[in-house]
Write a protein that binds this ligand. Sequence first.
Ligand SMILES: N[C@@H](CCC(=O)N[C@@H](CS)C(=O)NCC(=O)O)C(=O)O
Length: 307
Amino acid sequence: MSYPLLRLCDDRAWVEIRKGRGAVTWNDMERVFEGAAKAGQEWRGDEGGKLSGRCCISSSHVDSTLSLPYAVHGQDGVNVGQAVELAFPDDMIWKASLHGQAFVLHEDPISANCYKIRLTAALLGLPLSRRAYDIRKGETRTPEFLARVNANGRIPVLEIAGASGIRFLPESNAACWYLASGSRLIPTDRFAQADMLRWMFFEQYNHEPNVATLRFWLAYIGEENLSEAQKGQLGAKRSAGEAALRLMDEHLAKHDWFVGHGITLADIVLFAYTHVAEEGRFVLDDFPAIKRWISRIEALPGFVALN
Ligand SMILES: N[C@@H](CCC(=O)N[C@@H](CS)C(=O)NCC(=O)O)C(=O)O
């Protein structure tokens, strides 16, 4: 259990999350947001309710390491200090948790695995720089790439610069999770969260190796250029890809979204290769519920296209 703690000083505010239970000490706090605020301003959000009238702690508290005079936290208690109307805006804790971080996506623009991360960032309004590689020229297999970016020789890789230095995160679904963790794109209910992961694992095991691979082989390598081993896999990949699409279509015939009542990462990662499945000669007209779901995603505020 944690709750937000809002610190105020004139026109500045920052929010910290208390770790653990028990008596409050300043050193229990982890800073998650810093920004402009003014008395009387209303913040709506995550931990619910307004903080006005709840407990304020003065910086003279023992163990205090702060120089600013007030803090307001979400427990009942004596009201000391500024009387202001405060609650948290939607997604504020999530945005605050990424404060001070910058992202570079190492990608090949044709790859929908990379597009998943761009779409996640776009729907959340997060800035993302891009660094392009051509996988058909082996640009992710150079010694430099293997040593610095991803020893697995593949994109996408999310480069994260922040207080912990520069870190590299390969695997599209892990990168989507990193950006979206704490946001509205990941449900908070325990079962719903696990159910979302279920569809993301399904995407990596049943969907992407078939639907994405046929798109790459047929639309970008060319059937005539495939090796004999690849040609020998075409039939199996087509039936497995169709089975994955059928399962999705059956689910979407009864639900607007894969999990719950709104878009989650499950929709984003499955959308990536599904909406371009015809480039792998899958027939989307055979899957009418998928087509309606594609239109729903394309109509979302902040949506960006693959190309
Ligand atoms: N499971 C990985 C798959 C990554 C992957 O297969 N990337 C492909 C492009 S979509 C790649 O980098 N291929 C180049 C190569 O293997 O040399 C993910 O979801 O990120």
